[in-house]
Ligand binder design. Structure first.
Ligand code: PXP
Length: 240
């Protein structure tokens, strides 16, 4: 029987609420610890250059507190890389998002960015940090991901989520092909973006080697109705 993918809760939206008032409410570290207590198997943060969500200063505090897998994702500009190397998360997910991007909406071109990614990944690896690179569902990009030395890919699931209600079997096709290519190349498979209580179970069912999903927006939105504890348990149930 395939293993369940691990659930890493992205707490960026919690930081967004905190930042709205300039105080420390909600307390991001406390929320991270509560997510773990409620069953999260990892905590993800995505510090962006404008620090509108998680701030750079949050990272050392989270690193000290989090006991499950700590994943920092973002575009590896020099400041980001320095932050990651100074804090040594379990995993770093590299994302090619523009500084002013509303949210991550595209994966790497692993061929044109080959030299850049190779250097960044080598640096992270020499610090003992597992690397994952954000990819569109395109099997052609997998070979490039392997060549640059990534340990895993993170499938960008935005298009899957968008097309799920129209035809979920069609929506998943390219993801299955890309996951198969990743598996054959010896790369681990993560996934994230717009996954939710409706589309998550089918995704995991069709991508049996899925190792981890990172979910933020929908978990925080669902928590408004069900509470954070119930919500995390509901997501875990979808993955079981
Ligand atoms: N993966 C990456 C690379 C992301 O940038 C994000 C959003 O910050 C997510 C996963 C989680 O997406 P969502 O908030 O839609 O669950």
């Amino acid at each position: 029987m395939p293993m369940s993918a691990r659930l890493s809760v992205n707490i960026n939206k919690v930081a967004l609420i905190r930042n709205a008032r300039g105080s420390n409410l909600p307390d991001l570290v406390r929320v991270a610890l509560d997510c773990e207590r409620f069953g999260a198997q990892g905590i993800t943060v995505h510090p962006r250059p404008d620090e509108r969500h998680v701030r750079y200063g949050d990272i050392p505090l989270l690193k000290r507190a989090v006991t499950e897998e700590f994943n920092i994702e973002g575009n590896p500009n020099p400041r980001f890389l320095q932050l990651v190397l100074a804090n040594g998360p379990d995993q770093c997910t590299l994302v090619p998002d523009a500084p002013d991007a509303l949210t991550s909406d595209t994966g790497w071109d692993t061929f044109t960015k080959r030299d850049f990614l190779t250097d960044v990944i080598a640096e992270l690896k020499s610090a003992g940090i597992r690397t994952s690179i954000f990819l569109d569902p395109d099997p052609n990009m997998v070979e490039g991901a392997m060549r640059v030395g990534a340990d895993r890919i993170e499938l960008y699931t935005g298009e899957y989520a968008k097309r799920y209600h129209t035809d979920r079997n069609k929506a998943i096709e390219a993801f299955v092909e890309t996951a198969e290519a990743a598996d054959a190349a010896g790369l681990g498979i993560n996934a994230g973006h717009d996954l939710n209580l409706e589309n998550l179970a089918f995704f995991q069912q069709k991508i049996p080697h899925l190792l981890e999903v990172s979910i933020g927006h929908a978990i925080i939105a669902d928590a408004l109705y069900y509470g954070l504890h119930n919500t995390i348990q509901m997501y875990l149930q979808k993955l079981s």
